[in-house]
Ligand binder design. Structure first.
Ligand code: NDP
Ligand code: 2IT
Length: 446
């Protein structure tokens, strides 16, 4: 690591104490873009890097709500409006007990570059709450969403900040949030993406992230003259992204053999297909936070407290959460001859894992490139809302496919090494950074 990288990251660490996930995300980007800055005095003098690591605005608020027994709870709500150089702030909301400022800043920071890579006009943001939906009734979830929106509504808008889903926020929660926004503003606008199909949503948004991950994985494999057909695939998580990835990978002839939850992982050697994929949706809506019922229902093995990376596969798609694949896990995958690791979640691989993949010349794609399909279709939902017209599923899917192929090309353009190996981390970081940095340069010191 160059001295400049070290010094810069240290200065960010000092200003942002106790924010390890944010520092991890900053470190990765700074390592990729420092050589670009070293060759570009204009960007350096404009202090683009210092400005880009500082959110434009952070909103933090109290979210009081009452449970079904009349007991009062207080959660913390956030929205990090990170960067609006290329469009309105755009990014999901995460409801999970682990949520804190560090996690939302890392997610908002990643979102800036991811959104730039999609080529659509979207800035970067992220929000959420430490709300725990586990065991909660739908009414409790609704009351929480209404309370959260009773503060957030004054900070967002279709041309200002457009939230969407993330962990713990799916179609149900977006419905409750959107309903409360509409009630408070007396406006029906495209302020949210991931809306229901009958009320302004885009076809294919639920599938988009997972489908995009699989399209990207196929592009990566294509560089080696391969495809997903006939490949064994391990997937972690069992939520929205894992579901979309399992659906599309299976459709393309791959065999998905694992899913995981915070309780452990299931191994299904016959492949997760047909009604088993539909069952994933039931699991996600049960508010129980466990994947074990899959093993009980389909009579397959369940490995309590373990992660799926010990299973020999050709392609691994981590689709659960940050730092869920560490250096040891990476060694298992490499020893078992994995060909490609394509991130569906945001920052699921630790820096040690990424280093191990890269030094073994494993094809590795960071989430900000390979999971950008979700926010890309969110951008397409915004376009449809502005036009007050809807596209067919085929039209959206075709655009999604094209966007993922473009992102792959951008990564190759900026990430190809002299030996032909593509460093997708470097390619994605430089490609995304340059677009945002150029816009910031054009807009003066704001
Ligand atoms: P969901 O809430 O639908 O699912 C998240 C999944 O991860 C659930 O199965 C969840 O279980 C599981 N999970 C949570 N913590 C752990 C853990 N410690 N170990 C194993 N599994 C865990 O969220 P999404 O599918 O939407 O999000 C998954 C990832 O993809 C996140 O990193 C998110 O930021 C990212 N992402 C999402 C996009 C989207 O459009 N939704 C777009 C791009 C990225 P449980 O809910 O029971 O805790
Ligand atoms: O991490 C992500 O890109 C998302 N959760 C989707 C964001 C969005 O605005 O669709």
């Amino acid at each position: 690591m160059s001295n400049h990288v070290e010094q810069f990251v240290e200065s960010v660490r000092l200003r942002n104490a106790n924010e390890p996930e944010f520092i991890q995300a900053v470190h990765e980007v700074v390592e990729s873009v420092m050589p670009v800055l070293e060759k570009n005095p204009r960007l350096r003098h404009a202090k683009i890097l210092d400005r880009i690591v500082e959110p434009e605005r952070v909103i933090m608020f109290r979210v009081p709500w009452m449970d079904d027994d009349g007991e009062i709870h207080v959660n913390r709500g956030y929205r990090v409006e990170f960067n609006s150089a290329i469009g309105p702030y755009k990014g999901g909301l995460r409801f999970h007990p682990s949520v804190n400022l560090s996690i939302l800043k890392f997610l908002g920071f990643e979102q800036i570059f991811k959104n730039a890579l999609t080529t659509l006009p979207m800035g970067g943001g992220k929000g959420g709450s430490d709300f725990d939906a586990k065991g909660r009734s739908d009414n409790e979830i609704m009351r929480f969403c209404q309370s959260y929106m009773s503060e957030l509504f004054r900070h967002i808008g279709p041309d200002t900040d457009v939230p969407a889903g993330d962990i713990g926020v799916g179609g149900r929660e977006i419905g409750f949030l959107f309903g409360q926004y509409k009630r408070l503003r007396n406006e029906f606008t495209g302020v949210f993406t991931g809306k229901g199909i009958g009320w302004g949503g885009s076809l294919m948004r639920p599938e988009a992230t997972g489908f995009g991950v699989v399209y990207f994985a196929n592009e990566i494999l294509k560089t080696k003259g391969m495809s997903l057909a006939g490949k064994r695939v391990s997937i972690s998580g069992f939520g929205n992204v894992a579901w979309g990835a399992t659906t599309k990978a299976t459709e393309l002839g791959a065999k998905v053999v694992t899913l995981s939850g915070p309780d452990g992982y299931i191994y299904d050697p016959d492949g997760i297909r047909g009604e088993k994929i539909d069952y994933m949706l039931e699991l996600r809506l049960s508010n129980q936070d466990i994947v074990k019922p899959y093993a009980d229902k389909y009579g397959v093995e369940f490995f309590a407290g373990k992660r799926p990376w010990e299973v020999p596969v050709d392609v691994a798609l981590p689709c659960a959460t940050q730092n869920e694949l560490n250096g040891e896990d990476a060694k298992h995958l490499v020893n078992n001859k994995v060909i490609a690791v394509v991130e569906g979640a945001n920052m699921p691989s630790t820096p040690e894992a990424i280093e191990h993949f890269k030094s073994n010349r494993i094809l590795f794609s960071p989430g900000k490139a390979s999971n950008a399909g979700g926010v890309a279709v969110s951008g397409l939902e915004m376009t449809q809302n502005s036009m007050r017209l809807g596209w067919t599923a085929e039209e959206v899917d075709q655009k999604l496919h094209m966007i993922m192929t473009n992102i792959h090309e951008t990564c190759v353009t900026y990430g190809k090494a002299s030996d032909g190996y593509v460093d997708y981390v470097k390619g994605a970081n430089i490609g995304g950074f340059l677009k945002v940095a150029n816009a910031m340069m054009a807009q003066g010191l704001v």
